[in-house]
Design a protein around this ligand. Structure first.
Ligand SMILES: [Zn+2]
Length: 226
């Protein structure tokens, strides 16, 4: 990468990576406007700009959404690596709880030198996953691969192990943490209501049942051991 990108551009690329990683396809300007909290018109401006840099960071065609180029993907993974290392470091080394770290990481990810990044990585023993179960890209920006399926797609009656939970909303994390629904926890899907897809999930270690709505169920991923 030629030079360090501005925090604003780093956030764009990171958000596009997150949206396209879960949906597989392209991000729309409306989706981006919603997660960035700005108007679709300003998103369109920025997206056009980033598709004309050299090298371009985005591939953009009007009305067809936007995706990352190879250069854009590398830039996004670089900032995601820092974000996830910071979250992990704050929990492991400084005793933060997992619901406190996202806000700090949003700020610190833009202020981290390559040296600090590799020192933190080494101090943590080169971890593959952060406290929320998100994979941490390694120094070459390679993401560890994991077979995972969304909780919302798990058949009723099936057992599974939690891989990841969403990292952003402190209230969600406090709720999940209190119930013991964390990466590594064994669970069983007890029931799913047919009319609104709300799920009842049993946590095996605490023998507690939690209620999870469909939106959260899409964001929690599991390994079914297959
Ligand atoms: Zn986060």
């Amino acid at each position: 990468m030629p030079e360090e990108l501005s925090p604003n551009i780093q956030d764009y690329l990171k958000r596009i990576f997150e949206i396209t990683a879960s949906s597989g396809g392209k991000a729309t300007t409306n989706q981006l406007a919603a997660v960035l909290g700005i108007s679709p018109a300003s998103v369109t401006n920025m997206v056009q700009k980033l598709s004309k840099t050299s090298p371009p960071y985005l591939a953009y065609q009007k009305h067809q959404g936007v995706s990352l180029t190879a250069a854009g993907r590398r830039a996004a993974l670089k900032i995601i690596r820092r974000h996830r290392l910071i979250e992990h470091y704050l929990v492991k080394a400084l005793g933060y709880t997992w619901d406190e770290v996202h806000k700090e990481a949003e700020i610190l990810e833009h202020a981290m030198s390559p040296t600090l990044e590799s020192r933190i990585d080494a101090a943590l023993g080169y971890p593959d996953f952060d406290p929320h179960g998100d994979p941490i890209p390694d120094a070459d920006l390679v993401l560890p691969e994991v077979e995972q399926t969304a909780l919302s797609r798990l058949p009723v009656g099936q057992f599974a192990v939690v891989i990841r939970v969403p990292h952003e909303d402190p209230q969600v994390l406090q709720y999940l943490g209190k119930c013991g629904l964390r990466p590594g926890a064994e669970i069983k899907l007890v029931a799913r209501t047919p009319y609104d897809q709300t799920m009842r999930v049993l946590i095996l270690s605490t023998d507690e049942e939690v209620v999870i709505g469909p939106t959260l169920g899409d964001q929690i991923t599991l390994s079914t051991g297959k």
